[in-house]
Design a protein around this ligand. Structure first.
Ligand SMILES: C[S@@+](CC[C@H](N)C(=O)[O-])C[C@H]1O[C@@H](n2cnc3c(N)ncnc32)[C@H](O)[C@@H]1O
Length: 236
C-alpha cells in the first residue's frame, strides 16, 4: 500500500468529503478478494518491521491484545488504553513523524502503561502477527486512507493481499470512515468468508473524539460511519 493519502484527505486542518468516481461497491471486489485469499503473498518482510514487531510483542503486559492499526499520531491508542485497562494496545503506523508528535507529549518513562506505539508497515506487521498465531481481542482500523478512485481498489485493506491476515488475527474488528463505500466493501469482503458485519452511522459528540481524524471530519460536519464484526464467530 502506497504511503501518500489521496489529495482529498491530505489537508489536516480542514477537510472535504471524499470525492470518488465510485458511487457504490467496486464491480471487481469479489474477484480481487477471492484471488488474494487463494494466493500466497510472498513479498519479503523488511527487517525494520520485524524489529518493530518484536519490540511491540516484548512490551505486552496484559492478557489481551488490541491493535490500533494505522494509529496516526497515536491519540486513539491512548484512548483505547484507558477504555480497555485489561488489554495491551499496540498502535502501529508507518509514519514516524506522526507517532513522534504524540510521543513528545507523553512520558516515555511511564512503566505501567498498557500500550505502545511502533513505526511499521501494516502489510508486514499483520503478516508477522498472523504467522505467530496472535489472536486479538479487538482490532481497530480508524479512518484508513480511503483510496477513493476506482483503480485504487487494491490499496484498500479489503482489496489488499493481507486481507487474509486481518481475518486470521480475529477479534472484534471496528473500522471507522467518512466514506461509507469503503465500509460497505469491507463488509462485502467479510461476507465472502461468511462473516457478518454491521455498517451504521457513528454517533459521536464533541469533544469525545477517538482520534484527530475523527475530530477533523466531525468538525467539518461530515457523516461518519462505523463497521463492526466479530471475526471469532464463524457464520457458517
Ligand atoms: C487517515 S490517517 C488516520 C490516522 C488515525 N487512525 C486517526 O484516525 O487519526 C491513516 C493512517 O494510516 C497510516 N497508514 C496507511 N497505510 C499504512 C501502512 N501500510 N502501514 C502502516 N500505517 C499505514 C498512515 O500513515 C496514516 O497515519
Amino acid at each position: 500500500m502506497k504511503s501518500e493519502p489521496p489529495s482529498s484527505q491530505s489537508n489536516l486542518s480542514k477537510s472535504r468529503s471524499v470525492v470518488s468516481n465510485q458511487a457504490a461497491e467496486h464491480d471487481n471486489l469479489s474477484e480481487v478478494v477471492t484471488k488474494h485469499l487463494e494466493t500466497e503473498f510472498k513479498r519479503p518482510i523488511a527487517q525494520h518491521n520485524i524489529d518493530a514487531y518484536q519490540y511491540a510483542i516484548s512490551q505486552i503486559n496484559k492478557p489481551q491484545i488490541i491493535f490500533d492499526s494505522g494509529c496516526g499520531n497515536g491519540k486513539s491508542t491512548l484512548n483505547l488504553a484507558k477504555k480497555y485497562p485489561n488489554a495491551f494496545i499496540i498502535g502501529i503506523d508507518k509514519s514516524l513523524h506522526r507517532i513522534n508528535k504524540l510521543a513528545a507529549e507523553n512520558s516515555p518513562t511511564e512503566n505501567k502503561k498498557n500500550y505502545c506505539h511502533v513505526r511499521a508497515d501494516l502489510i508486514d506487521f499483520w503478516r508477522l502477527a498472523a504467522n505467530d498465531n496472535i489472536k486479538l481481542q479487538h482490532h481497530f482500523i480508524l479512518y484508513p486512507n480511503p483510496w477513493p478512485k476506482k483503480h485504487h481498489l487494491k490499496r484498500r485493506w479489503h482489496g489488499s493481499p493481507v486481507f487474509g491476515q486481518i481475518l486470521a488475527l480475529g477479534g472484534e474488528i471496528e473500522l471507522r470512515s467518512n466514506w461509507p463505500v469503503y465500509l460497505e466493501e469491507f463488509a462485502m469482503a467479510l461476507a465472502l468468508v461468511k462473516h457478518t458485519a454491521t455498517v451504521q452511522p457513528l454517533k459521536v459528540t464533541a469533544p469525545d473524539y477517538i482520534s484527530d481524524f475523527e475530530a477533523k471530519y466531525h468538525s467539518s460536519e461530515q457523516t461518519l460511519w462505523q463497521l463492526n464484526a466479530n471475526l471469532d464467530i464463524d457464520s457458517n
